[in-house]
Every structure is written in C-alpha cells, then in structure tokens.
Design a protein around this ligand. Structure first.
Ligand SMILES: [Zn+2]
Length: 564
C-alpha cells in the first residue's frame, strides 16, 4: 500500500488510488455518529484563562480552537465548586437536580462526630470521613451520559479518570466500567475493584518519578513577563517552575504540578488501547478531568509564572493525547470545558487594577457567628460541634468556610431556629464584605431558572444549586473580588479560591471538536448543561423528555446541523 503524502492523512482505503490533486481528505466529513466521546474537564479553567492564553496554544488546545468554540460557557449556578461543576457536565442538569450542591455540606442530624458530608463519599460507611472518603456516587441523583449510553447500548463502555475522586464520580456516574483517581502516589479505584495492568504500570512510573525527581520546566518566552514574586501572607508565589526533589516524601505535591495532568492523560490513553475504546459496535464514553490547573490556581494564583507554565504544559500534553487518539484510528468527538472558573489572589489583583480585591474575614465563619448569636439569645444547651475539635458550646450555626451556605442546628426548637436565622441574616447583612443575604424561604420561592445564564439574578443562581435537604438555611453572597481564603500562614498551600456567584467563577470555555466537522465561534452564552444534549444528538442517544436542563448546540459550523 502506498503511503499518503500528507502527514495527517487518514489510512488510505484498500484499492483506492489517490487522485494527484486531491489528497485523501484527512478532514473529510465523517460518516455516521462518532464511536467514542472524549469528555475533558480542565479544573478551574476559567473563560478568562482561555481568553488570556488562547493565542499561545500550539498543541491540543490549538486543535480544539479549530472546532466549535463557545468562549462564554456558563456553570450557571452559584455553588461554583468542583463537585457541583463536574456534576453538570455529563448529566445535562443543574446541581439542584444532580443533588451535588457543594463539595462539602452539613448533615447536622448524622451520628458521626464530623457533621460534614463530602459530595463523593458514603458517609454511612464507618470507614469514611470527609477528608478520607470511602468514594461513592450515592449522592448523585441523576444518570450521566455514559450511563444513558450504556442503557441504550449495553455493550458500550463508560470510563472516567482524574486525579480527583469527585471528578471521576460525577463524570462517570454510578454505572462505570473503569474509574481511576489518585490517592497519594498511585491511581486507585472503587473498593473491591482490581487495577488494570496499564494503571499498575502508570503507578510504577509515578513512584519512579517521585524517587528520581524531575527538573524545573523551561519558561516559554510568552511567560517571561509573569515571572515576578508576589507576597501573599507568609507565602511568596509567582516564580514557581515545578521541579520535583529526588526522593520526595510528599506525593501530594505531585498534584500541584503539571505532571499530574500528564499522568492522568497517560492512564486515559492506556485505557483507550487496553479496552479498545471506540472499536466496538456501540459508542463508548471516556471522561478525563485534569486537576493540576485547579491545584496550581489555588496554590499560586491564576496570573503568575506557575499558571503560564501550566497552560503551556496542558496544551502540549493534550496535543500528545489527541495524537494517540488519532493513531488509534477511532472516529472520536471531543468536548473540553471546566467545572468552574477562578480568580487571582487579592494581593496581585490589587497591584493589577482591582483595588477592591480583599480576603474574606474569618469573622464570617458560621461557628464564630453562631457562638455570638447563642450568647445574645442565651442559648446554653450543648450542641454537636460542626467539626470535631470545635468548642461544643453554642454551635448553633455551621458553615463550610466563609460565605455561601450557613446551616442552623436542627436540635433547636423551631421558634429558636427562626430567631437564630433572623440574627444571622442581620449580622451577615451588616458585614462590610457581604453583598446580599438570602433565606431558605426566599430561595424556595424562586422558580427553577431558565434563559440566558448571564441575565440570572443572584437568587436564580442560588436556586440552581439548591437542594431542600442538603443546602443551608441562609446564603450569604460575598462582594465581588472578596476571596474566601484568609491570609495564608506558613505551610498553607492556598492563596485563592473559587465558589462565588460572580461570573469569573461561573464562566468557562466549551469547546467541541471532531475531525472533518467545520468549526465555528459563538460568543453568545451557552451552558455546561448543554453539553450532554449536544453529545446525545451527535450519537443518536434517546433520553426521555425533560431529562436535560440544557439544549442541543449545533456544533457543525458548515451547512450540517449536528442536532438533527
Ligand atoms: Zn474544581
């Protein structure tokens, strides 16, 4: 067989001669539905990061820029955290319907001493705790795309890989053929599942990497201007280049390193060939969530050298991953988006045109506010501590951090709960860093939001990630650019965070690509809940009416309509 001249050429069909002037069209329009859906979430990949770096991409992200580009996608809801965000991407519904209203919420009625519940744990298992969870999809109330696909085509495979267990749980869902996430220095899976050979060898390579160490990354020319130290409390950031010391005893540092994404993509590519994904009669779904972007954003902010190097590495490693997909010969379609956006740390924001940027005061913590309220109202009863080790006197209010949801103790009488709620609302409203405060009653009186997510009210955003059992009793909106991370102390690894109702946390890119499909750019707002219906249409998946909150997006920039 004569090789095709073009480096990108698809394998020539047997017996078909090449016409000299017409190359065998590597990008010929695809016939029939794709055999593999590759759904990629880049954790904390805000629309702002995408806008800032898109001109520099030359690898995998440059390829996606030639597909259907929606630069103004929305994780439309208020709770812009990892677990809720991942839960929308392949279910097609907002967190109010997925049930995943936060990374961590409170169940003050549960019997274990730690009243927090991690979104991807089975808290009924005595071995589980919020920070060392027995990983479970039990809280996810709806099926994922991979599950819908398996229902229609029982031979389909549904695979999910990430550093984060919650990303795997929310993108893969309950019925998953392979699911891997990182614990310590190795990938693991649900209890009772064996590791596949490619995962065993990936883990060996990770251990070898930590033992041998790795050099700092070179600084791309377009990152040089960002190489500047900035102080955030006890931490100095802005100049990091991610070397790994030989024999490092802290494998968790691997997470805050672009090499975590490389390892995740290696496992995904290994499973692709090991499981022969995309080569069966039915379509398969491969979900990949890349976590390093988020750990780097939290650890160093979004505008320093660290994020710049991460963007370059992300693009390069995605390019290598797509090359492996190409080499498999499978007709695949890609979607890439994020679970939420993000914002830089206040210290650098203030230096760069955002003088109002600030760190939220620790006085906004629920337990602190609750103790003051208990004293004012003369509540003397001993209540379970919100978290083990808390003072147990006067724990009438709990919160997971600063702002957002506040839970009031169910051990109080209804009349006392109402009094506590009123005091809490007053105190929060009086706080100079608080923009608005809403009660459970106000949120429940708000209709489930529809329409352009850009135009939603604060209450509508909150309603979209509200669950009557899991959500708090009071919700406080912090002011724009007030970052819910106290001043970092020595040893801290967090300089900034996301999770607010502001658009820097809600806006994410949504990119679709399939070989042979004409590209387009659509700047109008769309939503991450549109992804599942868009992919469903692409593969001819039938789901009952009303299963999705989103709508199908026509991702064919040519005359075709991918929604028909
Ligand atoms: Zn995240």
């Amino acid at each position: 067989m004569v090789a095709c001249a073009s480096a990108q050429a698809a394998p020539a069909k047997k017996g078909v001669a090449h016409a000299p002037a017409a190359a065998p069209a590597p990008d010929a329009a695809p016939k029939g539905p794709p055999k593999l859906i590759v759904a990629i979430a880049v954790d904390q990949y805000s629309a702002d990061l995408f806008a800032e770096y898109r001109e520099h991409y030359t690898g995998g992200l440059a390829r996606l820029l030639k597909g259907a580009v929606f630069p103004s996608g929305f994780q439309s809801h208020a709770a812009t955290e990892t677990c809720p965000g991942h839960s929308t991407i392949l279910t097609g519904v907002h967190p109010a319907r997925t049930g995943i209203i936060a990374n961590t919420w409170y169940d003050l009625n549960q019997t274990r001493p730690d009243k927090r519940v991690y979104c991807a744990e089975n808290e009924a298992d005595p071995a589980s705790s919020p920070f060392k969870p027995v990983v479970s999809t039990g809280h996810l109330k709806v099926p994922t795309l991979g599950e819908w696909v398996k229902k229609q085509w029982p031979d389909s495979r549904n695979v999910a890989v990430s550093v984060k267990d919650r990303a795997v749980a929310m993108m893969g869902g309950h019925d998953v053929d392979a699911a891997y996430w990182l614990v310590g220095d190795g990938f693991t899976s649900y209890r009772g599942r064996d590791l596949s050979p490619v995962v065993v060898s990936a883990n060996e390579r990770l251990k070898a990497l930590l033992a041998k160490g790795a050099p700092a990354f070179a600084v791309p020319a377009w990152c040089v201007a960002r190489d500047r130290a900035v102080q955030a409390g006890a931490l100095t950031v802005g100049t990091g280049r991610f070397p790994i010391e030989p024999g490092t005893t802290s494998p968790d540092l691997l997470r805050t390193n672009p090499r975590a994404d490389a390892a995740t993509l290696e496992v995904a590519a290994g499973l692709l060939s090991e499981m022969k994904l995309g080569k069966g009669a039915a379509p398969d779904v491969l979900s990949v969530s890349l976590s390093a972007n988020d750990y780097i954003g939290h650890g160093f902010g979004t505008e320093g050298l660290e994020m710049c190097i991460q963007q370059q590495q992300l693009d390069a490693k995605l390019g290598e991953f797509f090359a492996k997909l190409d080499a498999s010969g499978v007709d695949y379609a890609v979607v890439l988006t994020a679970d939420h956006g993000g914002i830089d740390m206040p210290e650098r924001l203030r230096e760069q045109g955002v003088p109002e940027a600030a760190r939220a005061e620790v006085s906004l913590n629920g337990a602190t506010l609750g103790r003051a309220i208990a004293e004012e109202l003369g509540i003397a009863q001993l209540l379970p501590a919100c978290t083990p080790g808390d003072d147990v006197v006067g724990n009438v209010v709990c919160s997971d951090g600063l702002g957002g949801d506040y839970w009031i103790s169910p051990a109080l009488t209804a009349a006392m709960r109402a009094k506590v709620s009123a005091r809490l609302v007053d105190k929060l409203k009086a706080h100079p860093q608080v923009e608005a405060v809403f009660t459970r009653e106000q949120i429940e009186a708000t209709a489930y939001p529809i329409g352009h997510p850009q135009d939603w009210s604060q209450l509508q955003k909150i309603r979209a990630s509200y669950d009557p059992v899991r959500s708090g009793d009071v919700y406080a909106v912090l002011k724009r650019a007030v970052v819910a991370v106290p001043t970092p102390k020595a040893g801290s690894r967090t300089v900034t965070t996301h999770g607010s109702i502001w658009d820097y946390d809600r806006r994410v890119p949504i990119l679709f690509w399939r070989r042979g499909v004409a590209g387009l750019e659509q700047p109008q707002p769309v939503e991450t809940v549109d992804i599942a219906p868009t992919l469903a249409a692409l593969i001819g998946l039938q789901v009952p009416q009303g299963s999705f909150d989103g709508r199908c997006l026509d991702i064919d920039g040519g005359v075709g309509n991918s929604c028909q």
